[in-house]
Each structure stands twice: as C-alpha cells, then as structure tokens.
Design a protein. Sequence first.
Length: 441
Amino acid sequence: MARSARTPGKAAPAATPTHALPSYLDPAHLGPWGIYLQQVDRVTPYLGPLARWVETLKRPKRALIVDVPIELDNGTIAHFEGYRVQHNTSRGPGKGGVRFHQDVTLSEVMALSAWMSVKNAAVNVPYGGAKGGVRVDPRTLSRGELERMTRRYTSEIGIIIGPTKDIPAPDVNTNEKVMAWMMDTYSMNEGQTATGVVTGKPIALGGSLGRREATGRGVFTVGTEAAAQIGLKIEGARVAVQGFGNVGGIAARLFAEAGALVVAVQDHTGGIARDKGLDVPRLLEHVAQTGGVAGFKGSDTLKPGEFWGCKCDILIPAALEGQITRDNAGRIKARMVIEGANGPTTPEADDILQDKGVLVVPDVIANAGGVTVSYFEWVQDFSSFFWSEDEINQRLVRIMKEAFTGIWQVAQEHKVSLRTATFIVACRRILLARDLRGLYP
Ligand code: GLU
C-alpha cells in the first residue's frame, strides 16, 4: 500500500533503518537476485553460529558496470552495457562465466555470480563466485564486431580480473573462440601471456581436454546418482531436454548412450518429440548444421507449451533461467528434474514440484561439472602440465559423486530439498572461510 493511502489512525511505519538494503538488493525485488535472496533465507536457520555472517551472502562484494563502445562494420558506433560481478572471494578468486545475451541485467549477473559462489563451494573447488555479461544479441554482430566487442569488454573489466583474482569462462553464447580473444586481450594489456586468466579456452591455448563436455557430463553423473536414490533405472528412462547446446546436447548424448530414450527436445527454434526416442547423434549433427532442433527428420513437432507436459521420467532444463514457473510446473510428469541451466526453476515452481514429489536436482550441484573442469584447466595452466582426458573425466566423476552424496545426506538429515541442502553445505563452507579470515581492517 502506498504511504499516502495509509489508513489514518494506524501506527506510522517504522523509520527506514540506516542499514536498509539498496532497492536492487531488496528481497521483494522480483528477479533472479530476489530469488537468490529467498534461497539464502531458507538456509539461514541451518547455519548455526555462522548465521552471524549471513549478510555477507546477501550483497555482492564488487559489481562493475562498463560501457563497451565498438565501431560497427557500417562505420557507426554502438554502445553495449557490460558487467562483471564478484559476489564472494572468501574461499579464493572469483570464478564464473561470461554471457552475451540481449536480456542480461545487473540483477541477473548478480544472481548468477552468487550461484557461482554456492556452486564452487558445493563441489569444494577453491574459488569464490563471479559472473559477467554483456547486454547484446551476439547473433546481430558480424565476426569482426563480436571480436571487437569481446576485446573491449575484456579490457574494461581488466581492472578486476586476473589469474589469481577472477577467472572468466564460457556461459550462454560464449565459447572457446571468445575465451581466446579474452585471453589475448588481457595478455596484451599485461605484457605477458596469461593463459590462466580464463578457462574454457581452445586446447592449443592451454585449454583442458574434457572441458567442453564437462557440464553435460556432470549433469549425467549427478542425474545418475540421484536416479539411483529414487530407484529410477536410466536404461529405458524417458528423458526430455530443453536447450540442446553444450549442456543439453552432451547430457542427452550421455543419457542416450546409457540406454535412456530422449523423447522430447526444445530449443529456441521449437520443440520436437519421438515416442520411441530421438536419434541423438543425428540430432546433434542436425543442430550443428541448421542451428536448432526444428525440422529434424523423423520427429513430431511439438506445439508451444506442449514440451513441459510431455510423458517423461527425467526433465533437463538446460537453457536459460526462469523456465519452470507456476504456470507450467503443475503439468510436469517427470519424476526428476535435473537443472542443467542456472536458475531454471522459480521458487513457486520449486514448491509445486516438491508437493508433487518430483525430485529437483538443483543447478548449483547439477551443472557444477563445467566449473570443476575449469578448475582442472586452471591448475594445469599454472603447473604447465597437462592431464589425459581419462584422468580428467575420472576426477570429475569422483568430485561430482562425492559432492552429491554429501548433499543427499544433509537433505535426509534435515528433511529439506536438495536445493536447500546444497545451499546449507555451500553456505557453511563460504561463511566458515569468512569467519576464519575475519574482517579487515
Ligand atoms: N558458466 C559455467 C557455469 O555457470 C562455467 C563457469 C566456469 O567454468 O567458470 O557454471
């Protein structure tokens, strides 16, 4: 109710406390950051004496907004807004991807940076959390424009990133090529080749074997562990995937190789289905050639909205955030949702799924495979000693399984969702580091 419309005679609202949150940090502010704050509130009762530090999690340590001007091919000047947010660095340097997307906002990048803090602590890699983004539709840029935009953005955030400070990586619409430009730009500015400034680089520039597939492999590993806990057999299980890029495409391939049927796939070009299971290797080729799943031979076309209600056991949202909402959560038939994307389920949808008995394996553990192999890449770059793909995959699987088992136990112990359990494990680790370090000065 607006202040001016307050009923006369009622007590005046308490004066705004001096420590009131700035509007963009307010939990009532709906958007990714507001969702993250609600998630933190849910774990606070489980933090014991560390709850004293919980406010640390509710404010990003540092948020940089940069102007990214470039000359377009037609000679005009375009300006894009870029961000790099370091949410927390108590456990180590900031770490997290960079996304190029027309809908990127500061609130989104803040939430994504916070989810990186949680994710990195959940798998216990020695990093804090960070994220970056540029508000641009990269499909509207030529290759030259994309390169200039990437380089200028990197140069602008160069004042806060670095191999021991904050290490970017690929995310939505960024890839090895973009990482190579970022590495080169940072290195040129520094006067020395600094391969460890970004991960997800091409192999020839200090990238790691297995990094490209790592997020999808992690989704599969954690999904398999979770399925075993609820007695769901992967062989013959029906899988639906939203997003068929680096995460969804690889996860679909691994599930299909393990005998699951990938029955429905949706991406920005449309939705397709095949009751007997899609031919995933051929679909991957089709997507590589045409840019999307639409028009895949031998598949049925799904009507808009039909995807969410499809008959499946495992649903993998692997596109953007805010996809499973109160409007479609009730229609989901899966027994398990594995969040390949960051933040795909809204809190209301989370509650609906929990009431229906659908197990949600949250992003902060399900998609942590990517940053885990990023960590391996960073370690390899520092030691200039490179590991075999088998070694990388084995270490990845071990870390993911151990992390999942610990989280599952916490969920059982406190009778909470896997998301809350992951936040409990991760926030305790972050705040323990905070507590041990103490405040400066
Ligand atoms: N962008 C990925 C994520 O959201 C990977 C981050 C990284 O490797 O630093 O987890």
